[in-house]
Structures are given as C-alpha cells and as structure tokens.
Design a protein around this ligand. Structure first.
Ligand code: ADP
Length: 890
C-alpha cells in the first residue's frame, strides 16, 4: 500500500492534481488522527471523538479505495462532499463555532478543492464549501443551533493547532507544486535537447545517406554514359537509356528526400547572392526545352522587358522551384503547349515582386484535389497518373521554398483543360536596368543533341582528380577520355599533396569528403605548399554535397568552382573548358548549335497581363472601350419562346423589342450559371495572372453575382466584386478598374478603390412606363397600368444595390425628361465631369442629341457616351427609357 502511495506521488506522468490529492488527503487524515488523539488526552466528549473516528475510518477507506482502483478524481469528490457537508459543520458546532479552529478549515477546504478537483465539479464543491460555512455562521448567529462553546484555553489551543496544521499542509502543498514544476521544467529541457539531437542525427543520417547513395549513382550514370557514347546495338542503347533515366529519377528522389528532411528539422536555409535574371532564365529554358520537344509540346516563353537585369536571392532554389513546376507541366500534358511567363511589378524600396506563371494545356486538376496538392507524398487523381512517375514530394517542397522566400503560390486549374501555377517571389534589386529583349544567342548552352558530341579537345592540359573512391576516379577519367586531357589521379589528400609538389596542373578536381584529410583541408594545404607549384591552379570541388549552402561554403573556402555528383558529362566538359587556359583548348561545333526554333522569348501579342477585368453584358459598356481595355464580357442569356440567345452576341436590343412588340411573346433574362462563369474565368486566366470580375448588383433579380462568387472559389486569384449597380453605372466601375490595372496597381488597390467608388456612382433611368418591368415580373401589373393611365413617368434608381422607385415625373414625355435631367444634375459642383453615359432603349438619335444638349447645359461633361442598353436590360426597361449615369467627385 505504502509503495503504491509513493509510486503515485512520484509518478511524473500522472496529473499533478491526482498526486496532490493523494499527498494532501494523507496529511489531512494524519492531522485528523492527531486531533482525535489530542481530544482523547484532553478528555473531550466521547461521542464527538467517536464521530470523528468514524469520519476518519470512512475517509481513509475512500482514499485507499480511490488509490487502489485508480479513481482518484471520484475519490477526491467524495471526500470533498463529505468534508463540506458533514465533517466541517460537525466540527464547527462541536469545536467552538466561530471561536474555534473550524473557520480556518473551511478556508483550507476551499484551497484544497481548487488544487485537486477539475472542471465543473471544482466550482460546485467550492460553492458548497462557502454555502456550508455560511449556513453554520447563520445558525450560530441566530442561535438556532447551540454551539458547543470552547473555554478560553480551548479556543486558543484549537485555533493555534489549526493554524499550525494548515500552515504545514499549505507549505507542503506549495513546496510539492514548486518541486513538480522544477522537475517538469528540467524534463522539458531534457526533452528539447533530445529532440534537437534526434533531429541533428536524422539530418546527419539523411545527408550522409544522400552522400553515400550519390557515390554509386555517380558510377552508374558515368559508366552508362560511356556505353551511350559507344557504337552499341539499338537494344543495348535502349537499355542504357533506361538505366540513365532510372538513375536520374533515383537521384531526383534523393534530392527531394534530403530537402524534405531539412524542412522538417527546420534546417533549410537560403543562400542568397546576386544573380543575372537573364542567365537564370536561359538555364531553365535550356533544361526544359528538350523535354518539351521530346513530348511534342510547344514551349512559349514570355519575359517582361521590364524585369530588372540583376536581382539578389537564392538563384539555385528559385531554379529548383521553376524547374519543378515546368517539369510537372510537361509531365502532365500530352498535347498542346506550355507557356512560361515572367513578369514583375514596379520595384518598391528596392524590392521587386517577380511573378512566374506556368500554364499548360494538360490534364488539369480536380477542384476537390487542389487543397491536397502541396501535401508531402500526396499524389492526386492517382487513377489517371498511375503511369506517370512521381512521388508527390515536388509541390510540397516548392511550397515550402516559396514560403521561406516570403512568396506566394497559386493554382488555377480546369479539369481536363489545363492548369496554371502562379508563383510570386519578392527579390531585392541589385541592378534596376531593365532586361529588355533577351537575345537567346547570348544565352546559355542550350544544345540540341540527342547523342554525345565532344565539345573540346585539350591534349596539352594537365589535370588532377582527387577522390577516395576508385570508381569515381575511373568515371571522371573515362568521361574526359575524348577531350584527350592528361589525367592524374589521387586516392587521398595525402597523395594529392605528393603529386602537387611534383607537377603544375591546370585544373584540380577535388572530392570533398575523404577520410583523414578532406578536400577543403587538402585545398588549403595545396595553396600553402612549400615550393607552391599549384598555388594558382584552379581547384573545383567535386562533391556529393547538394544544396546552395554547400555551394556558398565552397566559394568561401576558396574553390574556383563546384561540380555536383553524379557528374554530368556536359557539366564536366563545360566546367573544365571554362577553366583551362584558352590557348590549350580547341572547341568543336559552333555557337549556332544553340537552339532557337520552337522557343519564343518575346511575343508581345501573347503577352500575359497581370490583371484582367471582366464583367457581364448588362454592364452596358461601349464595344470600343471593351476592346481598348481588353475587358472580358460575359453575356447574359435572353430566354424567348423561340430559344435562348446570348445577350449582345446572338441578339440585339432593337430586334428583341420588335420581336416582343410583334408577337407579344414572353421574354425573360438570366445570368449564366456558376459553371459558365468558371469556364469564362479559366479562359481569362490563360492570359492573365488575376481576374477582377465586377458583377451586377447581387440584390437584383437574375444577377450573376452569386454564380460568379461560387465559380471564383475554384480559383485562387479571381476576385468578384458586387458592383451594387447595373448597366453603365456598373460599367463606370469597370472602366476605373481597367485604368488602374493599366497603371500597374495591385489587385487589392483596385478592389478597394472600386468598392469605395460604388457609393459615388449614380445609376438611374426614366422610363416611359413600367409595362416591361411588369411583364418581366419585376413590378406589379396594376401599378404599371395606373402610372401609364395618368401619364406618370417612373424614375428608377439604384440605391444600396436595389432598384428602387426614385420618383415620378408628370406630364408629356419631354416635360418628364426635362425634370429628370434637372433633378439628376442639380448638384453640378459635386459631379465628376469626366464621363457621362446616356444609356437608352428605343430612343431616336434626334431625341438623344436633345438630351445630351440639355445635360451638357447643366454640367459640361468632358466625354459623353451614347450607349444602347443591352437586350437583357432593354427587355426589362422597354422603349423610351434612358438614364444619365455618372459618378460624383470622390
Ligand atoms: P509528383 O511527383 O507526383 O509529380 P508533385 O508534388 O509535383 O508530385 O505533384 C503532386 C500532384 O499534383 C501530382 O501527382 C499531380 O497529380 C498533380 N499535378 C501537379 N502539377 C500538375 C499539372 N501541371 N497538371 C496536372 N496535375 C498536376
């Protein structure tokens, strides 16, 4: 029993409350036992002592029971209940009442309850304790219950004994708490250290694994390359090609796993440095071009001429991100094209946001799969992708890298049609000179070669290759065989030092990780050698240490270059050729081998814009304006008894009104549904990074706002704004958004401005009558008839997004129009004079000119557009309707 009791108190994994209960209840029981013994010695009433003894036995039973059955929470509740309801009131009345030690025990009980009981029960028992004390006080005060009065001596003794006991128990309790807290603190520190060590060990494991695996792959790829160079049979060549692609896949996998482990252990770091944007892009294109061509895909590249020529960032990691996305685009596209666009916004405080977007015409991604794209090891749509190699790690690493760089990545995809990945990365500008048109010839080594072509020969060159692994030495020697350079090899740093004392080399290729003396130490020794034959020799690190941090380290240590194992034959030859003295090298082939066909760096026509502004046909914008700003207009549907027509495209308002007048047919209009909106947005996103869609007021019947909102959920970069207007009032907002987009404002700036501007746009119409609205079910038939009979012309106005009756003008058409114009433009000073739209339905040109004249007399607008309302608006308004739409000064 005692062992179990000790075990519970010492058990660090147990809740502190349980441990405290066991400890304190034991102390309290000992205290109670002492009270009984003292009472017995002092000759207190045998009945009281008997009752106290019964309590003692009962409580001991409960504590023992709860310890044994591990029901400590229940045990503590029972003890608290018995103590507050029975034990304390009993001791109160028998122990001197307010002039005894019991009030202190009530206080102690409250303290104990707070420390050991959890949840609601704690509050219930706390209230019970306070209530129980209150009742005792009250009964004593009212003399309802006779309190056994203590003598003066007993009172002092009792209250002092209680004080001592409570102090002791509270002291033990606090001491215990502090002790436990210290233990926990120590334990958590130890655990943190353990975790850190574990993660270090894990990271070390992964990096050494990666190193160990790279070395044999180096041999496989290198020797396989030799087979590919030989004149072997087609079958052997095919097998060798398969070995090559499998080894590369394995290598890719190792790199991904290494990156993942770095992210997980929080050790992924960026190594920023200045880089030339043109060079970086041409490297990427060089890698991608061949892959796209192998799959018969067109690769379009569009680089903004405004891109700064030199930026500061981690070039290696940016390349990794873009190659991953472009690789996926090629992998998941069977026909069509891949478009790679690079844009940037205006630099602010020396930082520019570079926006890379990759659009493919491939299989697309299901809407429901998009949230899982960036989850590690998760591949989506596996049924379709079963035959495509992949691990599901690429995008997860891409996302983590983009986050680390403080950037953003968005995906838009329409299943079966294609996907667009947009990556935004902020970079410091080193040289703000614009990149301009890139001349690919000046670009990098984008060589078109299916088979190996020797790129140079240098029979007089002397090189030394240092590696502790003999197969690596063999691979490098074989790969360089055709270049006829003279190769010496060394199996250790020590051997390298011996050789460098005797001979001057043009280039030394040095492995990093070698036993006894590693490559860095060896390099330093070569530089400081007595006699120093190789003090100025170019030394290249040949290593399996991947990552940009490694590259930075080698530069810092004084290496002249860095080649990653497994060494590609191209990299080895290119690297060596650059480092060897020019007069020793004979170059084969010529620069014109650089590829140009199939690759377009700049094409203004295909240029992808940052922001596309779209709206619906009911926005009643002049066609020329829509063309000028390239506004995407989504047609509403006009439903007639003869079929459904696309507003403005398949049906024109004059024809529609004539059709209604002639056949008295019922005609309705409706906004396109969410699916139509979705395709519309997807199409616009082919040519823009973001879409801002300004929809007709959501409070108007047949508004496309809800459908647009729903469709926008499928995309990361489609923003839908409720215009709270319709017709050219909505159009005014669209024009403002377009102007801002053309000025290079951001999405959030445009959205804010448009939302603010809604309050300042005035949309109203005066109609001949309400017959058409009644026919469309927008107002009641009766009201329409009454208005017509009394020659009342209704003025309809957009207020807070609703079409309301703004007023009524009496009399002939002309008088009513005059009144409408006067009331509309009566606050001339506050009106923005830049644009006035006179949007109309079935009004003659002569009448329109008159309206314009009258309006201009009131306010000299700079531009006045006559805009025929779209059929969908016309059918609701009816002929003889026009509106003056403008905005107030903001
Ligand atoms: P994987 O190695 O499988 O390609 P990624 O993390 O790169 O892993 O991509 C995760 C999943 O996202 C892929 O399995 C694929 O289903 C989907 N995916 C990525 N890019 C595209 C794309 N351009 N088109 C269609 N699906 C894509």
């Amino acid at each position: 029993m005692i062992r179990r009791w000790l075990h519970i108190i010492k058990d660090k994994d147990r809740d502190i409350r349980e441990r405290l209960f066991v400890l304190l209840s034991s102390i309290a029981l000992i205290a109670l036992l002492l009270v009984i013994i003292i009472g017995f010695v002092l000759g207190e009433s045998p009945t009281d002592l008997l009752i106290l003894s019964l309590f003692f036995v009962f409580c001991t039973g409960i504590v023992v029971w709860s310890i044994f059955l591990d029901m400590i929470q229940i045990g503590s509740c029972i003890v608290a209940a018995v103590a507050t309801i029975i034990l304390l009131p009993f001791t109160y009345f028998t122990g001197g009442g307010i002039r005894g030690g019991c009030p202190m025990w009530f206080f102690f009980m409250a303290f104990l309850i707070c420390m050991v009981i959890e949840g609601y029960a704690k509050w219930i028992f706390l209230v019970m304790d306070i209530a129980s004390a209150g009742i005792c006080y009250f009964l004593e005060y009212k003399n309802i219950v006779i309190v056994y009065g203590h003598t003066e001596r007993e009172f002092y003794m009792d209250s002092y004994a209680s004080l001592v006991l409570i102090c002791a128990v509270v002291g033990i309790m606090v001491g215990f708490e502090i002790h436990t807290w210290r233990e926990d603190f120590k334990r958590s520190k130890e655990q943190a250290k353990e975790i850190e060590e574990l993660s270090k060990a894990q990271n070390h494991f992964f990096s050494s694994m990666s190193h160990e695996i790279r070395t044999p792959i180096n041999t496989i790829i290198g020797l396989n390359e030799m087979i590919l160079r030989e004149n072997v049979s087609a079958e052997v060549a095919e097998d060798a090609a398969n070995i090559q692609s499998a080894s590369k896949l394995l290598l890719h996998l190792i790199n991904d796993i290494l990156d993942m482990s770095k992210f997980q252990s929080g050790q992924m770091q960026l190594s920023p440095a200045a880089y030339h944007t043109g060079n970086m892009l041409s490297d990427i294109v060089g890698m991608m071009w061949g892959r796209a061509r192998d799959k018969n895909l067109e690769l379009h590249i569009d680089v903004s001429q405004e891109l700064p020529s030199e930026l500061y960032g981690d070039e290696v990691r940016i390349k990794q991100i873009l190659i991953n996305i472009l690789n996926n685009a090629i992998k998941y596209t069977t026909e069509g094209s891949i478009t790679f666009t690079i844009q940037c916004d205006k630099p602010k405080d020396g930082i520019v946001n570079v926006i890379y977007s990759v659009t493919d015409t491939g299989m697309g991604i299901k809407k429901e799969d998009i949230p899982y794209l960036f989850t590690a090891f998760k591949r989506v749509d596996e049924d379709k992708n079963r035959h495509i190699e992949g691990t599901g790690l690429g995008l997860s690493i891409v996302k983590s890298l983009v986050d680390l760089m403080g950037g953003k990545i968005n995906v838009n995809s329409v299943y079966t049609k294609g996907s667009t990945f947009v990556i935004e990365i902020p970079q410091q500008v080193v040289n703000a000179k614009e990149i301009g048109r890139i001349d690919l010839k000046k670009g990098h080594n984008v060589k078109q070669k299916a088979r190996y072509h020797q790129s140079f020969e240098a029979p007089d060159a002397e090189i030394l290759v240092v590696d502790d692994n003999a197969s690596n030495l063999m691979v490098v020697s074989k790969l360089l065989r055709d270049t006829r350079v003279k190769i010496d090899t060394a199996l250790s740093g020590k051997e390298a030092l011996e050789k460098t004392v005797e001979k001057t080399y043009n280039v030394i290729l040095m492995d990093h990780m070698m036993p006894e003396m590693d490559g860095i130490e060896c390099l330093h020794k070569i530089r400081n050698q007595m006699g120093g034959l190789n003090k100025k020799t170019k030394v290249v690190a040949l290593t399996a240490n991947a990552g940009s941090e490694a590259q930075a380290m080698y530069v810092k240590e004084g290496f002249d270059g860095y080649l990653l194992k497994p060494i590609s034959a191209d990299d080895l030859e290119n690297g060596l050729q650059k480092l060897l003295p020019k007069d020793m090298v004979t170059i084969f082939g010529d620069e014109s081998e650089l590829i140009e066909d199939g690759l377009s760096w700049l094409s203004d026509k295909r240029g992808k814009s940052m922001i596309a502004v779209t709206t619906e046909s009911v926005a009643d914008l002049p066609v020329k304006m829509a063309e000028k700003y390239n506004i995407g207009v989504l047609p509403h549907c006009v439903l007639t008894e003869d079929g459904v027509f696309m507003d403005g495209l398949e049906i024109e308002s004059g024809g529609l009104l004539a059709y209604i007048a002639k056949s008295d047919a019922k005609v309705g209009t409706s906004a396109p549904d969410a699916q139509v909106h979705e395709s519309f947005f997807a199409e616009r996103l082919q040519n823009a990074n973001n879409v801002i869609h300004i929809a007709v007021s959501g409070r108007i019947e047949n508004s496309g706002y809800q459908a647009a909102k729903e469709a926008a959920e499928a995309f990361d970069n489609v923003t839908v704004i409720d215009s709270r207007h319709l017709s050219s009032g909505q159009g005014l907002l669209v024009i403002e958004a377009c102007k801002m987009a053309a000025e290079g404002c951001s999405v959030s700036e445009i959205v804010k401005r448009v939302k603010d501007m809604r309050e300042y746009v005035r949309t109203s119409f005066i109609a001949d009558n309400l017959e058409h609205l009644a026919r469309a079910g927008q107002v009641s038939d009766r009201i329409a008839k009454v208005l017509k009979a009394f020659m009342l012309h209704p003025v309809l106005e957009m207020k807070k997004g609703r079409l309301t009756l703004g007023g009524i003008c009496f009399g002939t058409r002309e008088r009513a129009w005059d009144k409408y114009i006067a009331s509309c433009l009566n606050v001339a000073g506050e009106i923005d004079k830049s644009i006035l739209f006179i949007t109309y339905v079935g009004i003659s040109n002569r009448d329109l000119e008159k309206i314009k004249e009258k309006a201009l007399k009131k306010v000299p607008f700079e531009k006045v557009y006559f805009q025929k309302a779209s059929p969908a608006v016309a059918v609701n308004a009816g002929p003889g309707t026009f509106g003056l739409l403008y905005k107030m000064k903001m």
